[in-house]
Design a protein around this ligand. Structure first.
Ligand code: NAP
Length: 257
């Protein structure tokens, strides 16, 4: 039984890079991949939350390292992409989870804010894919997991620039699949519903709004970072070999109502 599940889901001998792995959904995914056996490198800006997640994984007898970088800067991204290969070699699994949302009404969204939203939410996943996708293809095995948003498909909450970037990311996922799936590299996206994290602190501070969002799900509650553990391990594992170019909704049924 164990060896059957191992063959399907075990990530031993795999290296995973998780951007945004220091907080929220990315942290949930980094912990899950580490516990499933991968050696994990997490990338984000703030050193303390990065160190905390590395310590958490290490305390769990997992292997992890961190690289601090602003993925909104192309120079820093290039440095991080290089440095991230230092501890355990090039990644077999790339999770693009770092993201930010800026919420002025669209008419007040500045070009500078638009550029920042695009740089972190869309250009960084593109550039990291360009860096690692061909390497994975050459090795004949890889996984790319992009974290999109419901705003890829619908507009709400003054998130026009963010939604445009996430729509682009869903599209990029399909193109990454087209490019590298013939060489054993599956590219998929996870589309969360409303998840309680620092990113959504402003919304979470309003109990009536969070209750209304929970009521719109079928499960009856909002998401938590731990809800992404199973889907991340599946998409990173041998079990998902024939699943590629897809957007997997993890939203308690929110999008199905
Ligand atoms: N929470 C939700 O309801 C929800 C719904 C749909 C989609 N998502 C998506 O899920 C992903 C994770 O969001 P979350 O809710 O878990 O947010 P979070 O807790 O705020 O985590 C965001 C992560 O991204 C990192 N990050 C942000 N800007 C960065 C930059 N310029 N360079 C490098 N790292 C950066 C942050 O670390 P530093 O700040 O230290 O850099 C942090 O690790 C995002 O892509 C978000 O769009 C979230």
């Amino acid at each position: 039984m164990t060896s059957y599940l191992d063959r399907l889901f075990c990530l031993r001998d795999r290296v995973a890079l998780v951007t945004g792995g220091s907080s929220g959904i990315g942290r949930g995914i980094a912990l899950a991949l580490g516990r499933a056996g991968a050696r994990v490198v997490i990338v984000a800006r703030r050193p303390t939350p990065l160190a905390d997640v590395v310590a958490e994984l290490t305390a769990d007898r997992c292997t992890a390292a961190a690289v601090s970088a602003d993925l909104g800067s192309r120079d820093e991204l290039a440095r991080a992409a290089d440095e991230a290969q230092g501890p355990f070699g090039p990644p077999d699994i790339l999770v693009n989870c770092a993201g930010l949302n800026l919420r002025p009404p669209l008419g007040q969204l500045t070009v500078r804010q638009w550029d920042e939203l695009m740089a972190v939410n869309l250009t960084a996943p593109f550039l990291l894919g360009q860096c690692y996708g061909p390497m994975m293809a050459e090795r004949g095995w890889g996984r790319i997991i992009n974290v999109t948003s419901q705003q890829a498909d619908r507009a709400f909450a003054n998130s026009g620039g963010y939604g445009a970037a996430k729509g682009g990311l869903a599209s990029l996922t399909r193109s990454q699949s087209e490019a590298w799936a013939p060489h054993g590299v599956c590219a998929n996206a996870i589309c969360p519903g409303f998840v309680v994290t620092p990113l959504t602190a402003e919304v979470s501070a309003d109990p009536a709004r969070t209750a209304a969002l929970a009521a719109r799900t079928m499960v009856g509650r909002n998401g938590m970072p731990a809800d992404f553990a199973g889907v991340a391990v599946f998409l990173a594992s041998p079990a998902s070999e024939y699943v590629t170019g897809q957007v997997i909704r993890v939203d308690g049924g929110f999008s199905a109502t």
